[in-house]
Write a protein that binds this ligand. Structure first.
Ligand code: HEM
Length: 481
């Protein structure tokens, strides 16, 4: 990548690297790793007048994430005009700040609260059971493709009470394409990039199609006799009272909820099953925990909450391969972070991936060691797979419940092994770290434990797998917590 010349007025002591911002959008993790190795906790990537500021330490994460007035959120940089579909579909929680954001969080809070979770348990179990039934008589699956489809159905059913696989898949594809185009046209929430101006009209057309699909989802939802066990019913308050949210307001929330919920959770499933399949000792210990603590093939809601190793496995998977690899804020006023001065409108990026991989915060940070969770209790800004502060993921309890429950059902029916030689690549698309190529996964009888197998691909730059760790004398042979 060609390096641009520093501006003469630039203070040499500042942690600034001059270069194309595209190196960040092309490969966010490599770019952030390099900046963190070079500068430490804080770094700035500058191209011409445009700067991206990166924070990599728990203390700087805290300064940025706890101050929602100064470090504001913006869903996407390109909002369209006031009457456009683009404006409506981007108007969910992540585009709101201050009082408006607090009011929306209040309106949405109850349906995502811990006490609401038992109401969703049956839907999660039913869809997980349908998934394992569809695997009967199959030897191999593409794990991520299965998990994405599964989560599209799950999200559509939980959020909108619509269990229609085909419709869910179409809507999911529409949202994913639209999200990716937002990132191309506007580098996500950060800078609106004139190099992609030609794609702007297409983005507006895609937003119109997306809005149509979401409205169709509302219509389908209203045609069904809803039992109130889905989030839209609860928000529309089907008990007869007027909903506090208009359809236009719901368009933004529904788009964001669907977009935020399905791929993050699907990627978390894929990474967790992949890591378990490559760590036979952890898989064995987890199977034992499930055998002793979950009586049937279908867990009771209360049983899902009493499984410390399962929790440690999920936490560790979300530490080492966080589905949300980074996120960003925009400054609303003049401020400083350490010795870097930021004018209003400056994009600031924090990264779960980089924070979670710091060896000074986590011993052998690149290794999957669920047992570490019996000894550590990191601060909310040291471990933040769901973000932290006033806009921490509102769906985190629901996501954890989905992941726990579906993993139990999957592991009660099957065991998993990766096909030897499979290429495993992780790629960040629209802030999310997910598998970028098929994870060829063998479906084995539940009692069988697969061996670690050699795999290729850039996964080796993201996590140290047992075959590599063995050579440095760790991971293999350790008992799980
Ligand atoms: C494993 C799954 C998930 C992960 C890793 C995840 C991650 C995150 C993260 C990191 C944020 C904060 C972003 C920021 O600070 O800029 C966030 C926010 C959000 N998430 Fe999740 N999420 C997951 C599942 C869900 C689910 C299931 C839902 C809803 C059904 C959801 C809805 C939201 C919403 C609405 C926000 C915006 C909150 C706000 O701005 O106040 N997420 N999520």
């Amino acid at each position: 990548m060609a390096q641009l010349k520093p501006f003469p007025e630039q203070d040499a002591a500042l942690p600034v690297e001059f270069g194309s911002l595209l190196q960040f959008s092309d490969n966010p993790i490599d770019c952030m790793k390099r900046l963190q190795t070079r500068f430490g906790d804080l770094a700035v990537l500058q191209e011409g007048e445009q700067k991206l500021t990166f924070v990599f330490s728990p203390e700087l994460n805290r300064q940025v994430l706890s101050n929602g007035e100064l470090f504001q959120s913006q869903f996407f940089a390109v909002r369209g005009n006031r009457k456009s579909s683009q404006r409506r579909v981007t108007s969910g929680l992540l585009s709101q700040n201050g009082e408006e954001h607090r009011n929306s969080r209040r309106a949405l809070k109850d349906v995502f609260a811990l006490k609401a979770l038992p109401a969703y348990h049956d839907i999660i179990c039913n869809l997980s059971e349908q998934l394992v039934v569809s695997w009967k008589n199959r030897d191999e699956i593409d794990l991520n493709a299965e998990m994405v489809q599964f989560m599209l159905r799950m999200t559509s059913a939980l959020l909108f009470g619509v269990d229609d696989a085909e419709f869910a898949e179409q809507l999911g594809q529409r949202i994913d394409t639209w999200t990716q185009h937002n990132h191309q046209v506007g580098m996500g929430a950060m800078v609106s990039d004139p190099r992609f101006a030609g794609a702007y009209q297409n983005l507006l057309l895609e937003a119109e199609q997306l809005e149509k699909s979401i409205r169709e989802l509302f219509a389908r939802h209203r045609r069904r006799s809803n039992d109130g066990r889905n989030i839209l019913s609860l928000l529309l308050n089907t008990s007869g009272k007027q909903s506090p949210l208009s359809d236009d307001a719901l368009i933004g929330h529904a788009t964001l909820l669907f977009a935020a919920a399905h791929l993050t959770t699907a990627h978390t499933f894929s990474w967790t099953v992949f890591l378990l399949a490559q760590h036979p000792q952890v898989m064995r210990a987890l199977k034992q925990e499930l055998e002793h603590n979950v009586a049937g093939l279908r867990p009771e809601f209360a049983e899902t909450d009493r499984l410390p190793l399962l929790d440690a496995v999920i936490r560790e998977s979300m530490r080492i391969l966080p589905a949300s690899a980074y996120s960003q804020r925009i400054t609303s006023d003049f401020t400083t972070l350490e010795n870097v001065r930021l004018p209003p409108g400056s994009p600031v990026i924090f990264s779960q991936f980089i924070t979670h991989h710091r060896n000074d915060l986590y011993r052998d940070a690149d290794q999957f060691q669920p047992e570490r969770w019996s000894q550590i209790s990191p601060s909310p800004y040291t471990y933040l797979p769901f973000g932290a502060g006033p806009r921490m993921c509102i769906g985190a309890p629901l996501a954890m419940s989905e992941i726990r429950t579906a993993l139990i059902i999957m592991l009660k029916h099957f065991s998993f092994g990766v096909q030897p030689g499979t290429m495993i690549n992780g790629d960040v698309i629209s802030t999310m770290l997910g598998p970028a190529s098929p994870i060829r996964t063998r479906l084995l009888p539940a009692e069988e434990i697969a061996d670690t197998v050699p795999v290729s691909g850039n996964i080796h730059s993201l996590v140290k797998l047992p075959s590599e760790a063995n050579s440095s004398g760790s991971v293999s042979g350790r008992a799980a917590a």
